[in-house]
Design a protein around this ligand. Structure first.
Ligand code: FE2
Length: 382
């Protein structure tokens, strides 16, 4: 066994912990770039829980708002321009995975001497960037604890990550209260993305006992609490447990990678302009079905922990109960059962399968998936 294990320097978790943001940020300088999304945080008033402590600590805030979902290379170019213009000392990302990824890439590329596109295409990064702090407001992406930023290039049609070990947040401040005003569909899609991270990391070819422990607990937390967080959004306990599950799933994926769901999610998402969480949410049970024989023991262990199967049930049967549970969860969260319901076209299938083949996530999938397997999986989605 050989592994290295990466986590942010500090993770702060718990209701109200955003109040510590000022003291945490002040350590890294006086002037910060605050990356935010398109305004839901402002509309709900939640942003005050972030800005208040920063202002109280005497920090100067430079705003970079309006970061779109599924960000492009241009999104990072724009925020880098603001960061350079104001010569900020640090970056804080407050939002969902897209915002956190832009904040991460902006901090990471601050001292870079090439364009974002050059780094996207593999240019080597010579030095670390600015420190950055992550404040997630959704429970799903795990971006607060990962070293990669997922970006899209509309010109080439590619969606992929730039990743560097030095890109981990200095501090991840995970306050479940910030997730309380998430719209229901975002709770559902981001929660299923987190469940996908946990299950794919748990069954990854690169999994090891440290990631297994974290991923297993994450799967259980999310399975037990996601529907309550969705159906009763103000249910604090459920929100807290899903936030914790998402955080743990992020740590697991950062150290064990993800699998075939994520390999397919990128080309499908970019082709039909669908959110990453939605595509993962639809695909998850299809890929679990495909992987069933390779990971029956691990699925069975989860099923037994969730009391979906008796302790003496054989692994194959117990594993199938977990797949059934995920299908039912998908239905209760009002997520389509097939990609055909959100735009998948038969004539696109060969190209989408082809585009997924080089993915590192596919290499981590526990059952080897070749071109014809991916085509078959997509055909069952029509
Ligand atoms: Fe994901």
């Amino acid at each position: 066994m050989l592994f290295d294990f990466l986590v942010p320097q500090r993770i702060i978790f718990g209701p109200g912990c955003a109040g510590r943001l000022g003291a945490e940020a002040r350590v890294f300088g006086k002037k910060l770039l605050l990356c935010m999304g398109k305004g839901s945080l402002q509309a709900s008033g939640m942003i005050e829980r972030v800005i208040g402590p920063l202002e109280a600590a005497g920090l100067e805030i430079v705003y970079c708002g309006g970061i779109p979902p599924e960000p492009t290379l241009e999104s990072v170019e724009e925020s880098l321009k603001i960061a350079h213009e104001y010569e900020v000392d640090l970056v804080i990302g407050v939002g969902g995975g897209s915002v956190l990824d832009v904040a991460k890439a902006t901090a990471g590329l601050y001292y870079g001497d090439g364009s974002v596109k050059e780094y996207f295409e593999g240019k080597e990064l010579k030095q670390p960037g600015l420190p950055w702090l992550a404040v997630p407001t959704t429970a799903g992406s795990g971006a607060e604890v990962t070293k990669n930023a997922v970006l899209s290039d509309p010109v080439s049609g590619k969606k992929q990550s730039i990743r560097w070990d030095s890109w981990l947040a200095r501090v991840a401040v995970v306050d479940p209260v910030l997730t309380m005003t998430m719209p229901r569909h975002v709770t559902a899609h981001s929660g299923m993305d987190a469940l996908t991270h946990a299950l794919e990391a748990y069954t990854s070819r690169w999994a090891h006992p440290m990631t297994d422990g974290i991923a297993f607990e994450a799967v259980v937390l999310i399975c037990r609490n996601l529907y309550s967080a969705y159906s009763k959004g103000s249910e604090k306990e459920a929100r807290q447990q899903v936030s914790l599950g998402s955080l743990m799933a992020g740590i697991a994926l950062n150290n064990a990678r993800v699998g075939a769901v994520h390999a397919l999610a990128h080309p499908v998402g970019i082709r039909y302009n669908l959110s990453h969480g939605l595509v993962c949410a639809v695909l998850l049970p299809h890929i679990m079905e495909f992987n069933l024989t390779a990971v029956a023991e691990k699925y069975a262990r989860v099923a037994k922990e969730l009391h979906l199967a008796e302790q003496d049930t054989c692994s194959a049967d117990a594993a199938e109960r977990l797949v059934h549970f995920v299908r039912m969860l998908q239905k209760r969260l009002q997520i389509p059962a097939k990609l055909g319901e959100v735009g998948l076209q038969e004539e696109d299938i060969p190209g989408l399968a082809e585009a997924a083949l080089p993915s590192g996530s596919l290499a981590a999938n526990p059952r080897k998936a070749v071109y014809t397997d991916l085509v078959k999986i997509l055909e069952t989605n029509l």
